[in-house]
Structure formats: structure tokens, C-alpha cells
Design a protein around this ligand. Sequence first.
Ligand code: ADP
Ligand code: ADP
Length: 218
Amino acid sequence: MIELSELTKRYGGKTAVEGLTFAVRPGVVTGFLGPNGAGKSTTMRMILGLDRPTSGDVRIDGKRYDQLPEPLTYIGALLEARSVHPGRTAYHHLLCLAQSNGVPERRIGEVLDLVGLSGVARKRPKGFSLGMGQRLGIASALLGDPKILMFDEPVNGLDPEGIHWIRNLMKQLASDGRTVFVSSHLMSEMALTADHLVVIGQGRLLADTSMARFIEEN
Ligand code: ADP
Ligand code: ADP
């Protein structure tokens, strides 16, 4: 479970996120909906300890990110701006992540299978299509077999087959009992993916409700 409490982020005089309080629970896909600039990425970066809150607090299974002994085994994430070392093969990229996070090497083959990249494990990601790059990002997120997964705008720019695949993966992860938190600026996408919806606008919480109820009321 992810718990946010009065989470606030200001950049200089500008408020990106303001007093966000909500929880993301296991066993369902929770959508994080808001227009571009609403504060979704900033919130996700704070959950991952990549951005320091101006005030407020984030807990992952009751702990702060920096208190998690091997973070990748608690929470995996696919963020919008990802970087992979240009000189490393897909396998080497995952191996470096595994080694620095206490993940056994045999897990690499499992996640490559899971995302359908086994055939290109020895290739360098710089030659990958957008969809393949996305799959490698997802393999990285799944590497530690975490109970919590976060995806920032995962279907942006993908073809219909890639979109369908990611949607099904997120649903399967949730039905395994994992916590799945996924952002999008498109209600149409959320309606096809999420069971629960958290809506933000200009950094503030606008709704935190089941998808069924949100559709009924809007
Ligand atoms: P979203 O992911 O919903 O599109 P973001 O979290 O990226 O929104 O951005 C929220 C707001 O915070 C925007 O106004 C954005 O310009 C601002 N912002 C995000 N990151 C920074 C930064 N590093 N410095 C200054 N402003 C930022
Ligand atoms: P499958 O679901 O393909 O039948 P298993 O359930 O036997 O595979 O799992 C094999 C390995 O892959 C295990 O380590 C399991 O935790 C992991 N695994 C299976 N499905 C997922 C998933 N959707 N996300 C992350 N890890 C998964």
C-alpha cells in the first residue's frame, strides 16, 4: 500500500502538488487522472524518493522509501523519463539493477520472458522501438518482484497491441494481489484500465472513488 499525507511540492514560488492525502490499495488497478501539468509525475517522483516533498509525507507499506532495505523488492516503477546506459545490452542493464538490489540473476530470464524480450536480451536498447523500450522499463520495474508497481503514462505513443498488452499486464498484477498505480491524462484510457480512480487538477485532489461511481456521477 502507498499512503500520502498532506503531500506538497513547490518549485520556487510555484505549487506543483498541494496537500495530497490518499492511499493506493492492493488488489486493484488505481488510476491517477489529471491533465498535463496537474502534478502526477511530481507525485510519483516523491513516492519514489526522487523528489523531496516541501511538506507532508509518503509511506510505502508503512516506511519511507529511504528506509526500505532493497527498494526494488518493494516498489517497481516505469517513469516517463527513463535512461539506459547506451553501451549496455538489455541483459546487462537488468543485471546491474539486480546486483545493486539483492535480486538473484535467474530472475532476469523470468522478467525478460514476461515482457517478451528474451530474443533481444543481448542487444543494446538504443536500437529498440518505443514499445520495446517500454517493455524493458517494465522488466526493470518487475525485476525485484515487488508488491507495488507504479506506471507513469505507460501507453503514451504505443500502438494498439502494445497498449492492450500493458493494460492486461496491469490487470494481472492487480489480480495477483499487487498494488498498481497508473497515471494518464485520458479518461478514456483510465476507464478501460482502472478499478479505482484518483483525480487531481492543479496539484489538488479532486476525487478518490471507484471507477463505477466516478462514471455514474460524471
Ligand atoms: P503531470 O505529470 O501531471 O503532467 P508534473 O508533475 O510533470 O505534471 O508537473 C506539475 C507542475 O510542476 C507543472 O506546472 C510543472 O511545470 C511543474 N514542475 C514539474 N517539475 C518541475 C521542476 N523540476 N521545476 C519546476 N517546475 C516543475
Ligand atoms: P506465470 O504467471 O507465467 O504462470 P508464475 O506464476 O509461475 O508464471 O511465476 C513465475 C515467476 O514470475 C515468479 O517469480 C512470479 O513471481 C513472477 N511473475 C509471474 N507473473 C508476474 C507478473 N505479472 N508480474 C511480476 N512477476 C510475475
